[in-house]
Design a protein around this ligand. Structure first.
Ligand SMILES: Cc1cc2nc3c(=O)[nH]c(=O)nc-3n(C[C@H](O)[C@H](O)[C@H](O)COP(=O)(O)OP(=O)(O)OC[C@H]3O[C@@H](n4cnc5c(N)ncnc54)[C@H](O)[C@@H]3O)c2cc1C
Length: 413
């Protein structure tokens, strides 16, 4: 992420807004960053903007919760993007972006159609790539049955060991720890005492990015959950083979389940780094372009995480709302890691003790969801309440007042 100048008023947008014209904002991608971005844009930009959502799929999936599904310990919330479009007064276009022409403020869809914009927010996520040859690569979307097969093999005696591997270069390691702990918990009820469950990681300390307090908590949880931890793993080329090793020894287990590595979605017309991610500044503005923003897994940033994706979308939405003429002072993206570690039916809140101040792990609590987004989390809560019949259908407040903490309004200083 490059250093950034604060956004300055855009004379063309100011003139348009003075003439009563709304800024046409297109959000491409309906994942965590896309939905957070839409909600933030509607709340902050109100009547100053027209919103369009472009997405190849028509469903929002709460991906971080998919880890619970093979163990029947929870489920990822899924709902039609049509609902989000309705609640944010956005037009929904089904389509996949295949190119962007920033000069013409236009994006091209795979079916050849073009969509014009005044401001574009790209939240395309990442492609997932298998890294460890001969391992099973776990992707929650592509193969929900994969872990079910591993659990069945353990139960029926066809396998006695399973290693969950975080390959070098994988930006989000939490699911490997969660899958291992939930597997170990499941195995405990199988009457097969010899089964070994382990996590293999290139990290020198587990979840080192969250800081020492989190590492200590996780080590304790792994020990209590009878999960073996092996740190400092490397991928070594041995002849024609790429081999996973710890301390020079190849990793052996009856089943090796590896996390995938995220890579950028390649979109012609946009700058990209060596892994295909889009370079942005701290306001989400895409380098060397005008009126194009990006957020979430798609951007060039070393950590990929639902909470960070939402924070990046908030920063971009503030910057766009400012261009549309909203009376706010856009704040840059400031990373704060905030996650929930699932160990079974309960979870522990993990927060970055270096950035956010130490937050004790505290007692476990049942987990309904894992996504921390300023707009998305309350939206999901309102949806749940509406589904349970305890509240009317969710609505988005057009008055930016309730969200003042997100961007400091000029008149509030
Ligand atoms: C295996 C795994 C487990 C994870 N576990 C956790 C966890 O426990 N906790 C956590 O916080 N994070 C977790 N993450 C990370 C988290 O899921 C991501 O950081 C988060 O989903 C990023 O949000 P996003 O909106 O950038 O991308 P996504 O949520 O992936 O959404 C991208 C959207 O863009 C759309 N899209 C793709 N290509 C195009 C295109 N060409 N045109 C238009 N739209 C397009 C997709 O259909 C999708 O709707 C995990 C990630 C993985 C891979």
């Amino acid at each position: 992420m490059t250093s950034s100048q604060p956004p300055t008023p855009d004379s063309e947008a100011v003139a348009a807004s003075q003439a009563g014209e709304r800024l046409t904002v297109v959000v491409a991608g309906g994942g965590i960053a896309g939905v957070e971005g839409l909600l933030a844009l509607r709340a902050l930009g109100g009547d100053l903007i027209d919103l369009t959502l472009v997405s190849p799929g028509l469903e929002f999936v709460e991906r971080p919760m998919t880890v619970t599904e093979p163990f029947a310990l929870g489920h990822a919330r899924r709902f039609p993007l049509e609902d989000v479009a309705r609640d944010t007064q956005a037009t929904l276009i089904r389509g996949s972006v295949s190119g962007v022409a920033p000069r013409w403020r236009s994006l091209v869809l795979e079916n050849g159609a073009s969509v014009d914009y005044d401001a574009l927010l790209l939240t395309l996520g990442a492609r997932l790539e298998a890294v460890i040859p001969k391992a099973l690569t776990w992707t929650p979307d592509a193969d929900p049955e994969l872990l079910g097969g591993v659990l069945r093999d353990l139960e029926e005696g066809y396998a006695s060991s399973v290693a969950f591997v975080i390959p070098p270069g994988v930006a989000w390691s939490l699911p490997a720890y969660e899958l291992a702990m939930m597997t170990s918990r499941q195995v405990a009820g199988m009457d097969r005492s010899s089964i070994e469950v382990s996590v293999i990681t290139p990290e020198h300390e587990p979840l080192a990015d969250f800081g020492p307090h989190v590492t200590e908590t996780l080590r304790h949880e792994l020990q209590a959950g009878h999960v073996h931890l092996r740190t400092g793993a490397t991928l070594v080329q041995r002849g024609a083979e790429l081999q996973l090793e710890v301390n020079g020894e190849p990793v052996r287990a009856d089943h090796i389940v590896a996390l995938p590595r995220p890579m950028g979605v390649l979109i012609p017309g946009l700058p990209r780094d060596e892994n295909g991610f889009i370079p942005v500044d701290r306001h989400g503005r895409v380098r060397d372009t005008e009126r194009v923003w990006a957020a979430g897994d798609a951007v060039s940033y070393p950590l990929k995480h639902g909470g960070l994706a939402a924070l990046q979308a908030d920063a971009a939405a503030e910057s766009i709302a400012f261009v549309a003429g909203a009376d706010i002072e856009p704040k840059p993206f400031r990373p704060t890691l905030d996650g929930v570690l699932l160990t079974g039916e309960r979870g522990r809140r993990l927060r970055d003790d270096a950035v956010a101040g130490a937050v004790p792990a505290g007692p476990g609590r049942p987990v309904a969801g894992k996504v921390a987004g300023r707009f998305l989390t309350p939206y999901l809560t309102r949806r749940d309440a509406a589904a349970a019949g305890s509240e009317p259908a969710p609505a988005i407040d057009h008055d930016p007042d309730p969200h003042l903490e997100l961007g400091s309004r000029k008149d509030s200083r």
